[in-house]
Write a protein of this length. Structure first.
Ligand code: NAD
Ligand code: MG
Length: 389
């Protein structure tokens, strides 16, 4: 494989840091073209010192100013820029082969799209982009000859076990079994959910992740977003996607075939495995993840999801069935509700109420263009805030 120039959008986050960890193991395969972050200029400076990118982009101008000083003092040649346009530039530059899209939330949309339009190899962690724009994003990828490789561990697992290069179009796939850990509150009684705190919600039993996706895991909206993500990535009908709760997070997802076979991908719960798979694809490369000790794990468990304690999962299926911009609205209302919960403004069980209230108010308008997706996202955020105040 020729040397790949990589841009990492969201390099200071959980996925961003894991990506740099894998890249650092293969200096002969990957060079870092650009890094980006929201405000964490101190960690960004450390990353610049270690990886010597050509560009470092901070969303926030003030943080960029501080970083620029640090870069200058350290004698680095890294150019520091700021703002959304600069993010789009480093995602689409002719010097870039691969873009890791690891910004959290709808904020990742514009740069991810810029990478698609420029025909890049996109490693997509930012599931909100796909939920927000659906077919429009998939079309942008296809029309511009971009390559989309899923980073979400479940979708990466499905991608690994799906058939490739077979004669019949659907490859004999019957359905996708999307595994879910159930999150930190899997065994909590409904009443107990009234009093859970943001820190408890962010204390995931198996995975260490950013705060937004951690709350999504606790409400199971993360799985709901992943159902929608699987629909678009793998062209799977909603009834072909079955969520299976698997508390150990060892099986990362499965594909069931018409002959009764089920193929699964297993591994320790460490995002460096899917990241390495996508970075190296179609080759396999070292990720730093240790061997899975099956004898020590000894038992794997499976349960049906509880849609009544975790209504967000049902809301996501409903939005997917409703189609149009319903997933866009679901995603926007969820981002608003999760932020309010993290800020201590609403209780945990209010999150699905805000989302369903917003969906009831706005319905499922048609989604014809990316500009419409932005507009509907904006309106849904306003409607969600109205539900809260
Ligand atoms: P995180 O909060 O740890 O990191 C987010 C990154 O995005 C940071 O670098 C931050 O600086 C940047 N960022 C935040 N807001 C921004 C904005 N408005 N504009 C530009 N940059 C901004 O999040 P994470 O856990 O790394 O998750 C990133 C994405 O990957 C999410 O979409 C998440 O759903 C997805 N994902 C994460 C995991 C995981 O294990 N962490 C697993 C699967 C999917
Ligand atoms: Mg996942």
């Amino acid at each position: 494989m020729k040397m790949q120039n990589v841009t990492i959008l969201g390099s200071t986050g959980s996925i961003g840091q894991s990506t740099l960890d894998v890249i650092a193991r293969h200096p002969e395969k990957f060079a870092v073209h650009a890094l980006s972050a929201n405000t964490r200029h101190d960690l960004m400076l450390e990353q610049c010192l270690k990886f010597r990118p050509k560009y470092a982009v901070m969303l926030d101008e003030e943080s960029a100013g501080i970083l620029r000083e640090g870069v200058k003092r350290a004698g680095l040649e890294t150019e520091v820029e700021s703002g959304v346009m600069a993010l789009e530039k480093i995602a689409s530059s002719p010097d870039v082969d691969t873009v890791m899209a690891a910004i959290v939330g709808a904020a990742g949309m514009r740069p991810s799209l810029a990478a698609a339009m420029a025909g890049k190899r996109i490693l997509l962690a930012n599931k909100e982009t796909l939920v927000m724009t659906g077919k429009l994003f998939i079309d942008a990828v296809r029309e511009n000859g971009a390559t989309l490789l899923p980073i979400d561990s479940e979708h990466n697992a499905i991608f690994q076990v799906l058939p490739r290069d077979v004669a019949n179009r659907d490859g004999g796939v019957k359905r996708i079994l999307l595994t879910a850990s159930g999150g930190p509150f899997r065994t909590f009684a409904r009443e107990a959910l009234d009093h859970v705190t943001p820190d408890e919600a962010c204390n995931h039993p198996n995975w260490s992740m950013g705060r937004k996706i951690s709350v999504d895991s606790a409400t199971m909206m993360n799985k709901g977003l992943e159902v929608i993500e699987a629909h678009w990535l793998f062209d799977a009908a909603p009834e072909q996607i079955k969520v299976v709760v698997h508390p150990e997070s060892i099986i990362h997802s499965m594909v069931e075939y018409i002959d009764g076979s089920i193929l699964a991908q297993l591994g320790n719960p460490d995002m460096r495995t899917p990241i390495a798979y996508a970075l190296g694809f179609p080759d396999r490369i070292e990720s730093g993840v240790g061997s899975l000790d099956l004898c020590r794990i000894a038992a794997l468990h499976f349960e049906e999801p509880d849609y009544s304690r975790f209504p967000c999962l049902a809301l996501a299926f409903e939005a997917l069935e409703a189609g149009g911009a319903a997933p866009t609205i679901l995603n926007a209302a969820n981002e608003v509700a999760v932020q309010c919960f993290l800020d201590g403004k609403i209780r945990f069980p209010a999150i699905p109420n805000v989302i369903s209230g917003t969906l009831d108010k706005l319905g499922a308008p048609r989604l014809n263009s990316l500009e419409e997706a932005f507009e509907i996202d904006r309106m849904a955020r306003i409607a969600a805030r109205e539900q809260i105040s």
